[in-house]
Design a protein around this ligand. Structure first.
Ligand code: MN
Length: 319
């Protein structure tokens, strides 16, 4: 039975690249599997696909009832495919907090690494024979797949700047590049981030939801959009319009609040907009942010997963 490999909604480079690499890994081991995307690819992922000549995965919203799925780079229902409840989860590969219940034992590989691509890279290196691949059941790590895996690591760790980065991620990127042979990784990372920052005439709603996740902290649910960029002014110049849209999303999606953080990758700092006064206060108290005319500035705050969400969650636990 075909296993459907599904990354998270509002897909990013790590989710897409790890899905495709895992498809390749499984297919080479004789397992029928196919990677899908839950929505459009962002400009960074497109840049990578063009560069390495990789085909985009099929986009889907739902799957037929009873389909077998592998969740990758996420495990929470709110981040997953619409009709998750009707589907049969057979495996999870992730590097986020774990918040899922299954009705039978399944394979779960969760490690606190910088990216899901790191976990897939480990799988390749653990099972690949050291001297080439004489045995067909051992998967070969191709140049294209190694390149995708490096891209996912660079993207999620912001080229090893994010506090989510581990030594394992750095070692894996080095090892992967023996196969990928990307000449100058730092220059490549800048090209990736510039591609990601090139957003043209994107709508406010699309900008907020480009990299957006909803988190449930018990009684209250909040939305968090982030824009990782080398051109912060693109977002800051639209701050009034963005704030209006945040208020709309809060109401339409029935949330307690919505945040949008413009993350300056190269200077490692962030500028956050909030959907209202209460949210502004919550954020200011949590991060000691400077409030410059409604823009909440924090030096060193660049990770939603490791810094923003856990700190806010902590505040709710202490209430
Ligand atoms: Mn990831």
């Amino acid at each position: 039975m075909l296993k459907h490999i599904i990354g998270h909604k509002n897909p990013d480079t790590d989710t897409i690249c790890s899905s495709i690499a895992y498809q390749d890994f499984l297919n080479q081991r004789g397992i029928e599997a196919k990677a899908y995307a839950l929505g459009h690819l962002n400009n960074e992922t497109r840049f990578i696909f063009n560069k390495f000549g990789v085909e985009e995965p099929e986009h889907i919203q739902e799957l037929p009832k009873g389909s077998e799925i592998i969740l990758i780079d996420h495990n929470e229902e709110v981040h997953s495919i619409e009709n998750l409840k009707d589907l049969d989860i057979v495996e999870i590969i992730d590097h986020h907090r774990v918040k899922i219940e299954t009705d039978k034992p399944i394979s779960i590989y969760v490690e606190p690494l910088g990216s899901s691509c790191s976990i897939i890279a480990k799988k390749f290196f653990e099972i690949v024979t050291p001297n080439g691949n004489p045995d067909a059941t051992f998967p070969t790590l191709s140049k294209a797949i190694a390149s995708l895996l490096i891209s996912g690591i660079i993207s999620d760790t912001l080229f090893f700047r994010s506090p989510t980065t581990t030594d394992v991620d750095k070692e894996l990127a080095k090892k992967l590049n023996e196969v990928a042979q990307i000449e100058d990784l730092e220059k490549f990372s800048l090209d990736m981030f510039n591609a990601k920052s090139d957003l043209g005439d994107i709508s406010m709603a699309d900008l907020i939801k480009l990299d957006y996740k909803v988190y449930d902290f018990g009684k209250d649910t909040y939305g968090f959009g982030v824009m990782e960029t080398t051109n912060k002014d693109f977002g800051l110049n639209k701050k009034e319009k963005l704030k209006e849209k945040l208020k709309e999303i809060k109401k339409d999606d029935n949330l307690k609040g919505v945040f949008f953080s413009i993350i300056d990758i190269l200077n490692e700092e962030s500028y956050t907009l909030a959907s209202g006064d209460e949210e502004t206060e919550l954020f200011t108290k949590s991060f000691n942010s400077e409030n410059n005319d409604g823009v909440l500035f924090v030096k060193g705050l660049i990770s939603r997963k490791k810094q923003i969400v856990p700190k806010i969650q902590e505040r709710f636990k202490n209430e």
